[in-house]
Design a protein around this ligand. Structure first.
Ligand code: G6P
Length: 466
């Protein structure tokens, strides 16, 4: 039992099974979880993280009664769910429906499509939220604070308000939120349950005023009322980044990168292989840059780092294949015109020290999502860069609201405009690069995870007590 409970689909630990069947618990890889976990530990008050049992190994551990993390500051409770419930809630509703909706990814001539299979998945999604509600209610002391994260768990607000009205709850959405016209893509009953569930939280938070506003408008349009809301943008976790930057692995990766890129100027990107990240238009824009500026051929390269994501969804597998194919085609075209070295280095791996090395080394950082809640790469890059690099940033990223004055803004669908933005960045004078990069590195570290976490926890309230 604890006075502070965090709920999120993905937990801050990764589990492994040794040959003798013993479970070992280590820190999870990337994303928000490690930063949030270290901010929670730093508070010096025991917290419990409630997460899905995502893999067969985690499911077995959850069924056997849980996992001992060996961490006195941060415990873990894995929600045991049948695999079909988990897959339907995570793949079909959370990722293929709500993620697409919030990032404006639907191609509405074809999707969304609410058939019988989808409605069954929605029932499973309700069960998934109910299982979290049970687990949180068991983990939370009287009047405990509960911080719930993201679109996987919107129904938890209403469920907890009924089961445990004493709890002080706050929900934080790390993605964008849908405007009423977008929310109307969901069947009315679904959007009603979604917004009802969210309005059961004591407060609902967003990274920016834009997503907060979209939530309020959608809530008014659906329910005729709005929960207490706030916005609070998360900054880069500099302490963790600097630790990685100072590691021998990162130095080795930087030396290796220097060898590959040689004297060429370096454009970097780093993303999950994810439809909202707009990788394809990024490659097209780089090709357009080489087309428009023959003088840059052989003098610039594009280091596109990406790590695989959600490969249980065919959309993601197809997107990765399309990106790999496009890079092959573009490299075939441009390599002979660029002095024989492939100008695009597309690296799909999960190697954070190499990503940090690329952040230290870039001359230009391209962050061009179709839409993004915040986008921490736009902050992590400038926080680490050692070359007065320029940030070319999508106007649709939450981070743009904070960084527009020092970044070069681009429209994510405008490939020609993105190519022009890259050219401007590459040709920028030293003085302006210095001015912009020092502004960026300051903006990037405002509101680091510990401070951000405190402002969220301060907003926690019992449901309906605005
Ligand atoms: C991104 C989003 C988060 C989300 C996470 C889920 O990092 O910014 O809002 O929770 O993806 O990713 P997953 O790999 O767990 O599906």
């Amino acid at each position: 039992m604890s006075d502070l409970v965090v709920a999120a689909n993905r937990g801050p630990y990764s589990l492994e099974e040794a040959d003798n069947g013993e479970l070992t618990v280590g820190p999870a890889g990337g994303g928000l979880a490690p930063s949030l976990a270290s901010a929670l530990r730093a508070r010096g008050e025991k917290a419990v993280w409630v997460a899905s049992a995502m893999s067969p190994l985690e499911r077995r551990a959850a069924e056997r009664g849980g996992v001992e993390t060996g961490d006195s500051e941060l415990g873990l409770r894995l929600v045991p769910l049948p695999e079909e419930t988990y897959r339907a809630a995570y793949d079909v509703v959370s990722n293929a429906t709500l993620w697409f909706l919030f990032h404006g990814l639907f191609d509405s001539a074809r999707r969304p499509l609410f058939d019988r299979r989808w409605w069954e998945a929605w029932e499973q999604f309700r069960r998934y939220n109910a299982a979290f509600s049970t687990e949180v209610a068991e983990a939370a002391n009287e009047k405990a604070v509960v911080l719930v994260n993201d679109y996987h768990l919107p129904l938890l607000g209403g469920m907890l308000a009924r089961a445990r009205p004493d709890l002080r709850t706050v929900h934080f959405t790390h993605t964008p939120f849908a405007e009423p016209v977008e929310l109307a893509l969901l069947p009315r009953e679904v959007s009603r349950q979604l917004m009802e569930g969210m309005s059961g939280f004591g407060a609902c938070g967003f990274h920016t005023a834009r997503w907060e506003g979209a939530f309020c408008r959608s809530s008014m349009a659906t329910l005729g009322k709005v929960a207490t809301t706030f916005s609070c943008g998360l900054g880069a976790d500099v302490a963790r980044l600097h630790e990685v930057a100072a590691s021998p692995e990162c130095d080795e990766a930087l030396t290796a990168l220097d060898e590959v890129v040689g004297e060429r100027a370096v454009i970097v990107r780093s993303d999950r292989v994810e439809l909202s990240k707009n990788l394809l238009r990024g490659f097209h824009a780089f090709s357009a840059l080489l087309e428009e500026r023959p003088g840059l051929r052989g003098r610039v390269c594009f280091v596109a780092r990406a790590y695989a994501s959600r490969e249980s969804l065919s959309d993601y597998l197809a997107y990765r294949a399309e990106a790999e194919h496009l890079v092959e085609v573009l490299n075939e075209r441009w390599t002979p015109l660029c002095g024989g070295d492939p100008p695009i280095l597309f690296q799909v791996d999960d190697d954070f020290p190499s990503t940090v090395a690329a952040f230290r080394r870039y001359d230009v950082l391209l962050v061009n999502p179709v839409r993004d809640g915040m986008n921490l790469v736009a902050k992590e890059g400038p926080a680490l860069n050692e070359r007065h690099g320029v940030l070319v940033l999508s106007e649709q990223a939450g981070a743009y609201e904070e960084m527009s004055e020092a970044a070069i803004g681009i429209h994510p669908f405008d490939v020609a405009g993105t190519a022009a933005g890259l050219a401007t960045a590459l040709e920028m004078g030293a003085e302006e690069r210095r001015r912009r990069s020092s502004a960026l590195s300051e903006l990037a570290v405002a509101c680091p995870p510990a401070e951000w976490l405190e402002s969220l926890l301060e907003r926690a309230r019992p449901a309906g007590s605005s």
